[in-house]
Ligand binder design. Structure first.
Ligand code: 6R9
Length: 647
């Protein structure tokens, strides 16, 4: 494949931008003198006590620890609010755009500070203390950011659950971390449709393990009737009414937990990824400033929901720590029409725009007209995150959306990494469509083969990281051993990302996708094990195996093979019922795109399902099944091939 190289568009960079020379020099320093480098970066944060120890890390299994800025003391809300009041009090912190194009709101740093303090005081009155967990199940409304920051004000650990998750998924996440409080809304609003958030919470709280919840705080969003159960349920607006607009911030240690965010892995139930206070904030703030070439007057729009890590780091913490204006969007790209993103960019004079490849592909399919109807002249940089972007979609984004004058930053990172790890710096890096390009400061990627042998030069392998960065997760909530087992045992001495990757002759990194049993659907991670356990929970299902399959818009789709119990007959009705069942168990994002009846699954003689074969069948690549000699019963595969759903 020939690769077109796009140099930095003329007119983009200026003296303030990080140049190619500075990137090279600073990168070198960040690797050779990490302590000095990160001590300098940490100065961008306000500390009650500046750390004297910067980095103390060992990935060795017999002496495993990760500590950054360990004797530093700070408060995240002070960094995101108080310290801006003097110079930016009237500056817009959150520019909220509603689902309904007629609704928007500008919230200044001063106003946001007052709102956060009121809720923080109210939560303290409810008995929330430092270290307590608070679950947040909110739509994309300003109260979501207020709730996050109010938790950080008082040292509570928030756990946001995406509003698209089902009551069962929510219940599991509440029970796992033992939340005292849930903050939710009557309903969410997306694309003109109501999402019954409070009803879902009520249902979740009937599930075992959720007795930890003492109070449910309900934001009135749509105003439609919901049932309140007193004294458990409290309206947000009455709770904060009359609360003082000042609130003493909790002094937090740099290594104190900041938040938990559940993410799917290759096995078992979702992991509670735990992030730290000092390292996470320093890293989110610094990557946000560098990767997006942030300036004081920028209007930054990251389209991610705060239910995902991208929303944590680049809707709330990075931008607000940097005193930027962050646009928060409640709606969807297709409502009221396919031009919504660009209409919002024009309306609010967005300068930096950051979205997911799946959204770009969906918009590309509609042609250029919905884009061209809007000026987009305020935009100066574009970004992508969440999954590999195919070069066609990249070129369209560059040419049509960016009018060939905006650099694109293709940012690779993970829930676990807290912030961007591999990405262009927009004024320093020549772009290759589809490549996340080069490591950020302090990041040392390496490629290894299946046996863990280090691959040098141009190569294709598994992506590992040789050393820590401040934004790295610190633990799996409640299961530190699982953290070590998942990420540090596969290739000892390194952090294993779970991604496959190619490095080209120029040292550019090309992420090729997950090499474990995680499917990336529209940039959302879904564990095959989660979908399988939902399917087998159905009384008619004996066994299920789930793999990813190619999907034009979503990147990957979900392909399920289902074996029914003896006596059950496959039918179109049952197929629909099973899809709906998964939807209910996990949420709409986990609905299988294809469900194939499998009288048997391909297994080794020791009984292991051979997913490699199932993947190839789902990819419609019958000639690439590879070695099938270990199959217990080869006839099973012939049957699956004959009945395959994608041809
Ligand atoms: C931030 C986020 C992480 C997984 C990651 C990888 C994929 C993310 C990517 C990308 C190629 C990019 N991924 N960004 N693949 N190019 N620019 O998405 O976190 O939800 O935890 O997903 O997403 O496979 O391992 P998360």
């Amino acid at each position: 494949m020939t690769v077109t190289i796009h140099p930095v568009p003329s007119g983009f960079a200026d003296a303030q931008s990080i140049s190619a020379e500075r990137y090279r020099a600073d990168y070198q320093r960040s690797i050779e003198q990490p302590e000095a480098f990160w001590a300098d970066v940490a100065k961008r944060i306000d500390w009650f006590k500046f750390p004297s120890k910067i980095k103390d890390v060992s990935f060795q299994l017999d002496d495993f620890h990760i500590r950054w800025f360990e004797d530093g003391e700070l408060n995240v809300s002070v960094n995101c609010l108080d310290r801006h009041l003097e110079t930016r009090g009237d500056k817009t912190a959150i520019l909220w755009e509603g689902d309904d194009p007629q609704q928007s709101e500008q919230i200044s740093y001063r106003d946001l500070h007052a709102r956060v303090c009121r809720l923080a005081n109210a939560m303290r009155n409810l008995g929330v203390q430092k270290g307590d967990r608070v679950s947040i199940y909110l739509p994309m409304i300003p109260e979501a950011a207020v709730a996050m920051l109010a938790c950080t004000r008082i040292g509570a650990i928030h756990s946001i659950v995406f509003g698209g998750f089902s009551p069962d998924a929510l219940a599991g996440r509440i029970a796992d971390c033992g939340s005292k409080i849930i903050i939710t809304a009557d309903e969410g609003l997306r694309g003109g449709k109501a999402v019954p958030l409070k009803k879902n919470v009520d249902e979740a709280l009937t599930r075992p393990g959720t007795h930890c919840v003492e109070t449910v705080i309900v934001v009135r969003r749509t105003g439609n009737a919901v049932s309140l159960q007193m004294p458990r349920d409290r309206w947000y607006h009455t709770l904060v009414e009359g609360q003082p607009s000042q609130c003493e911030p909790e002094r937090m240690n740099a290594e104190d937990p900041l938040f938990i965010l559940y993410t799917s892995g290759s096995t078992g139930k979702p992991k509670g990824v735990l992030h730290s206070t000092g390292g996470y904030l320093t890293y989110a703030s610094y990557t946000h400033a560098c990767v997006f070439d942030l300036r004081e007057d920028d209007v930054f729009w990251c389209t991610a929901d705060v239910g995902w890590v991208t929303g944590h780091s680049y809707v709330v913490y990075g931008p607000l720590a940097n005193g930027a204006t962050s646009l928060m969007f409640e709606g969807v790209p297709s409502y009221p029409d396919m031009g919504r993103f660009w209409q919002v960019c024009d309306k609010h004079k967005v300068t930096l725009f950051y979205t997911a490849p799946t959204a770009i592909r969906a918009l590309m399919r509609e042609g250029d007209a919905p884009v061209k109807r809007h000026s987009r002249s305020s935009i100066r940089l574009l970004g992508t995150v969440g999954e590999p972007i195919n070069p066609e979609a990249w070129e369209w984004y560059y040419r049509v959306v960016g009018d060939s004058r905006c650099p694109i930053v293709d940012t690779w990172w993970q829930t676990e990494t807290g912030g961007i790890l591999i990405s262009p710096l927009p004024a320093a890096t020549d772009l290759k469509p589809g490549s996340a390009t080069k490591p950020f400061f302090g990041v040392q990627p390496a490629l290894v083969d299946a046996e863990g042998k280090r691959l040098e030069g141009a190569a294709d392998g598994n992506l590992v990281l040789l050393d820590s960065w401040p934004g790295q997760m610190r633990s799996v909530y409640g299961d530190h051993q699982r953290f070590i087992d998942t990420y540090f045992k596969t290739y000892p001495g390194t952090y294993f990302t779970g991604d496959g990757c190619r490095r080209d002759e120029d040292g550019y990194y090309w992420i090729t996708g997950r090499v474990d049993d995680v499917i990336n659907v529209s940039g959302h991670r879904i564990g095959t094990a989660e979908v399988e356990s939902a399917l087998v929970a159905h009384p008619k299902v004996a066994e299920a195996a789930v793999v990813g399959c190619p999907h034009d818009i979503k990147g990957q789709g979900i392909y399920a093979y289902v074996t029914l119990n003896v006596g059950e007959t496959p039918s179109e009705e049952l197929r629909k019922e099973l899809v709906a069942f998964v939807r209910k168990e996990i949420g709409p994002i986990a609905s299988p795109d294809h469900l194939q009846w499998a009288p048997g699954l391909p297994k080794t003689r020791s009984g292991k399902i051979m997913r490699r074969i199932l993947r190839k069948i789902a990819e419609n690549a019958p000639d690439q099944l590879g070695d099938t000699s270990t199959l217990a019963d080869p006839a099973v595969v012939d049957n699956l091939l004959n009945e395959r759903l994608i041809r």
